[in-house]
Every structure is written in structure tokens, then in C-alpha cells.
Write a protein that binds this ligand. Structure first.
Ligand SMILES: Nc1nc2c(ncn2[C@@H]2O[C@H](COP(=O)(O)OP(=O)(O)O)[C@@H](O)[C@H]2O)c(=O)[nH]1
Ligand SMILES: [Mg+2]
Ligand SMILES: [Zn+2]
Length: 318
């Protein structure tokens, strides 16, 4: 009897559940002190955050309590599985979104893009274990020749295994493929302002205007909702986060050994250099530099790596 009773008891390692602090919710967006929190039924509430809690970001899982029919207070920010962060204008690390597992880097020929920035996004994705995807939007503006040229230049990314899509919100070219790629992921669209991120969201979410209208009513913030980082549910599963464009995307400081892991084609060579703490810049017996010389690693990608290592010490720490 006594034995059975002991067995019925929770194992010693299981702690008593903490006193419930509220119901689970998902942060769709936050504006200053206010977060838009969606409950498990899909209802959205305008919530303040209890003092002493970290700031919430889009994609955060929280516990919250309703205070009146449309408002509430966040009592706990649950641990983030992943965080996309970047330095702000004051060189402080700012989380952009949480709990995402796919980063869609949107580029276009207008505004023109820079391979350095593309690589920084790809590194950020690799280091947070998110799947990077490259989307070339405005494909309708490319004639056959310029498309071919671009495909060739981007070929090195395909070679190292990154999914790559050409899309157009005008002709709907590539939107089915993009849809398929986004399904059952939590993805964020990133890239410069003007490349068509919000247009892609609009194209993928036919009832977007209705939703934004409904959200505006909750927030009382009007169409401002479209300028914040915002999470949307896709009709066939998966979540899509639209972020306002940034002129430049910089990384936060990471140790150089870690940075090399952000360049996935370096992987087979890491750990085979003469010096175990090799930064692959100018050290003798470096397997990475050797691979660059042999053409196994693309030179442009290596230059971007080199530049990142050099600039790392000026970046804010994570
Ligand atoms: N030609 C062309 N223009 C597009 C396409 N997608 C978006 N645009 C235009 O690009 C501009 C910027 O789009 P927007 O979605 O606001 O870009 P965002 O800043 O990245 O969100 C708008 O004038 C859009 O109409 C596209 O596929 N083809
Ligand atoms: Mg936009
Ligand atoms: Zn090396």
C-alpha cells in the first residue's frame, strides 16, 4: 500500500506547478508600451506589460490576465526559443521578433541590394538555427537577360543549399512556391524598405485589409499597425511576420569562431586548420583560406566574412 502510494506521487524532480499567472497568449505586435496579445481563441487584446518584465516583441509567448473586455496585462514573458536581434541606432541590442524558425530575405533589383547585407541576414539565420530563404521579388521588372545574370550571381547561394525563389506580386509569379515554403513555419520577411515585403503579405493573405481593420479597432492606433513588426496567421498554417524595412542590417557581436559557423560552406573545413583558434583571416595552414584559393569557397563570400570579423569588435554584445 505504502509502496503504491509512493509510486503514485510525482517523481522528486517534478516541481509543483507555479501558481497560474494567467492565460497563454501570443504577441502579434507591440507599440511602445502596448502589446497586441492574441488568446487561444484568436481574440486580440490590448495589453500593458507588468513592471519589471522584459519588453515583449512580436512572436513572444506570454501569460496574461484580462482586465476588461478588450484589455489586459502581461504577467509573464515565456522563454524565447529563438530571437532575431539587431543593434538599434544607439548601438544597443534590440530584439526584433521571437520564436521564428525561418528568415525570408527579400531582395529586388529596385531598390538595389547589396551582397554584404544578404550575407549578414544569412549569418543571423544560421546562428539562430532558422532556415534562410532568399526571395527575389519584382521579377516582373526583369527581362530575360537581367534575370539570367541575377540567377547566375545568386547561383552560389543555391550551390550552398539556400532555397531561392523569384516572385512578383504583379504577375503572381512564384507566389505558390512561396506559399509552400512558408507553410507550417514561423517566418519573418526581412530586407530593405521598398522591396515589396508588405505587398507579399498582402498577396498571400487575401483578407488582410479586414484583419488590419479589426486590429485597428482594438488598438485605436489606426493604420499605424502596418508600420510595426506584425505577425499574421497564414490560411493553411504557419505564421508570417512582416517587418518594416531597415536601411542596413548589422549583426550583434558574436565570437569569431561562432561567426565562421554562420557561413555554412565553411563547415567542412572548420577544425582542420593548423591552429585550433584560427580565425581564417591570414593565419598559415588555414583550411578555409586554402578552400578559397582552390575555388571551393566563393571569394566574395569569404571577403564578406573577413569584413565581418574585422568589424565585430565595434558591434554591441548580444
Ligand atoms: N513591379 C513590382 N512592384 C512591386 C512588387 N511588389 C511590390 N511592388 C511595389 O514596391 C513598392 C514597395 O512595396 P512595399 O510592399 O511597401 O515594400 P516594403 O517596404 O518591403 O514593405 C510599392 O510601390 C509596391 O507596389 C512587384 O512584384 N513588382
Ligand atoms: Mg512594408
Ligand atoms: Zn582557418
Amino acid at each position: 500500500m505504502g509502496v503504491r502510494r509512493r509510486q503514485a506521487r510525482a517523481p522528486a524532480t517534478t516541481r509543483q506547478p507555479e501558481k497560474a499567472q494567467g492565460q497563454p497568449g501570443l504577441v502579434l505586435a507591440h507599440f511602445g508600451q502596448i502589446s497586441l496579445v492574441e488568446d487561444t481563441q484568436g481574440e486580440v487584446y490590448r495589453c500593458a506589460t507588468r513592471k519589471n518584465l522584459p519588453r515583449t516583441v512580436c512572436g513572444d509567448h506570454v501569460l496574461w490576465q484580462a482586465s476588461n473586455p478588450r484589455e489586459g496585462i502581461i504577467t509573464q514573458v515565456l522563454e524565447r526559443e529563438t530571437t532575431l536581434a539587431r543593434p538599434d541606432n544607439n548601438n544597443r541590442v534590440r530584439p526584433v521578433a521571437a520564436n521564428l524558425n525561418q528568415i525570408v530575405v527579400v531582395i529586388a533589383t529596385r531598390p538595389s541590394f547589396e551582397y554584404g547585407m544578404l550575407d549578414r541576414y544569412l549569418v543571423a539565420a544560421e546562428l539562430m538555427d532558422a532556415t534562410p530563404v532568399i526571395v527575389v521579388n519584382k521579377s516582373d521588372t526583369l527581362d530575360d537577360e537581367s534575370r539570367h545574370k541575377l540567377e547566375q550571381r545568386l547561383g552560389i547561394y543555391r550551390d550552398i543549399g539556400y532555397a531561392q525563389l523569384f516572385t512578383s506580386t504583379r504577375t503572381t509569379d512564384g507566389l505558390m512556391e512561396l506559399h509552400r515554403q512558408l507553410k507550417s513555419h514561423t517566418s519573418i520577411l526581412v530586407g530593405q524598405s521598398g522591396v515589396g515585403k508588405s505587398s507579399l503579405v498582402q498577396a498571400l493573405l487575401p483578407d488582410l485589409d479586414i484583419r488590419i481593420g479589426a486590429l485597428s479597432q482594438v488598438t485605436g492606433l489606426g493604420r499605424h499597425t502596418t508600420t510595426a513588426t506584425m505577425l499574421y496567421h497564414l490560411p493553411d498554417g504557419g505564421d508570417l511576420i512582416d517587418s518594416p524595412g531597415v536601411r542596413d542590417f548589422t549583426l550583434c557581436q558574436v565570437p569569431a569562431e561562432e561567426l565562421a559557423r554562420g557561413f555554412r560552406e565553411f563547415e567542412p573545413f572548420l577544425g582542420t586548420c593548423r591552429f585550433h583558434n584560427c580565425l581564417h583571416i591570414s593565419e598559415p595552414g588555414c583550411a578555409v583560406q586554402d578552400a578559397v584559393r582552390k575555388g571551393t569557397i566563393n571569394e566574395q563570400r569569404f571577403r564578406n566574412y573577413d569584413q565581418l570579423v574585422t568589424s565585430m569588435s565595434k558591434l554591441p554584445k548580444r
